[in-house]
Design a protein around this ligand. Structure first.
Ligand SMILES: [Zn+2]
Length: 384
């Protein structure tokens, strides 16, 4: 069933584990992600980034997506997650990643998202509080969970771009959480968006520990979130390059460090790049194994894009020839089915691994099955 993210976060907090949160940019990704979580009896957190919603709204130049595109795309992702998640035996949350403004959050909620992130991290502290508070009021009235961000991560992730990072100050974080009443807070503590995190990135886990400890003393609930936490599996990077790709200096966060912070107050770990890499490798492999598909009327154009963009690994760069499949899950012929299989297999490989590594395997029964209406009522009673 679909649940507000809060229900899943409460379980991670109570039982001391972390839950991977995986970005989806196509119906097939949502389907495969839910299925693999079911297989491992883990709750599922699927997320659509603000601009990914533009892409799912049919905007292949998603960096220029308008609010209209995002509203349409949010509904497409929402419909897909409902289709595969509503009758699923595991709790499924659909979360907006890096909501850029209040309007984006409203569009996501209208599309069926059960959780939103409002990213005011580039604003001055007081303005970030003000914007976040506004979104919290709107979302909580509807039982929808809210994640905010404090501190700046370096790196590139859709519209999120920053050269420099500033680590989150735990004292500020506690004040921010008290004033905004957010359910989750993304902190900056050494992770970075994108595939070039640099070799040997070191997480400042003390920032998470200090923040969480102060929250516990004050009796305040809030789960900390680790963004930019892809592990960038080197075997996949090597395979892509062996298949003619050109991906350089791609390094992620060590799995061992992510497992460690999962016991330091971090309950949600965002991963996007790993899935992109696996799907890209699978598509390259497909066209090598079955060269006749290079000239396929329906997917030959995908092969052309893979050949042109050798350093790219975002499937959105390659999938525009099959947008009907991306947006609605339609599979017109067997060639398109082969691409869909590449997408699904990539999701299963990466997501399955991380469900086990982050410790959410078998934890689905620990998540309270609560509806948005029930959650709204709870917020109302508690005055948050
Ligand atoms: Zn992020």
């Amino acid at each position: 069933m679909l649940v507000p993210l809060r229900a899943i976060l409460e379980a991670t907090d109570k039982y001391d584990y972390a839950q991977g949160a995986f970005n989806v940019n196509a119906v097939a990704q949502a389907k495969a992600a839910i299925e693999v979580h079911e297989m491992f009896r883990s709750a599922a957190i699927l997320q659509g980034a603000d601009l990914a919603n533009g892409f799912m709204g049919g905007r292949t130049d998603f960096m220029n997506a308008t609010l209209e595109d995002k509203i349409k795309g949010a509904a497409n992702i929402g419909d897909a997650v409902k289709k595969y998640g509503e009758n699923s035996p595991i709790p499924v949350a659909l979360h907006l990643d890096h909501g850029r403004n209040f309007e984006s959050c409203k569009a996501a909620i209208a599309g069926g998202y059960t959780s939103v992130m409002i990213d005011g991290s580039s604003l001055p502290f007081e303005q970030n509080i003000e914007l976040t508070r506004e979104v919290v009021k709107y979302a909580h009235e509807r039982g929808v969970t809210v994640e905010a961000e404090l501190g700046v991560l370096a790196g590139v992730e859709d519209h999120v771009f920053s050269n420099n990072s500033t680590y989150t100050n735990p004292l500020d974080a506690v004040e921010f959480i008290k004033k905004t009443k957010v359910d989750a807070l993304a902190i900056s503590y050494g992770t970075m968006h994108g595939a070039n995190k640099g070799k040997g990135a070191k997480l400042r886990k003390e920032i998470a520990i200090a923040t969480k400890e102060c929250l516990r003393h004050a009796g305040i609930f809030c789960v900390l979130v680790s963004h930019g936490s892809s592990t960038v599996p080197q075997y996949i990077v090597n395979e892509i390059n062996a298949l003619g790709g050109d991906i350089q200096n791609a390094y992620g966060i060590e799995l061992a460090q992510l497992k460690e912070v999962s016991h330091c107050g971090i309950g949600k770990i965002n991963v996007d790049t790993d899935i992109r890499l696996a799907v890209t490798r699978n598509m390259k492999e497909l066209f090598v194994a079955r060269p006749e598909l290079q000239k396929s009327p329906s997917i030959g154009a995908i092969y052309q894009l893979l050949e042109e963009k050798k350093s790219a690994f975002d499937p959105r760069a390659f999938l525009p020839p099959i947008m009907d499949t991306v947006m609605y899950g339609n599979i017109p012929d067997e060639d398109v089915a082969a691409i869909v299989n590449c997408i699904e297999k990539g999701v299963r490989e990466v997501v399955g691994t991380l469900i086990v590594e982050f410790g959410s395997v078998g934890k689905a029964p620990l998540v309270e099955k609560v509806t948005l209406d029930e959650m709204a009522e709870r917020y109302r009673k508690e005055g948050i």
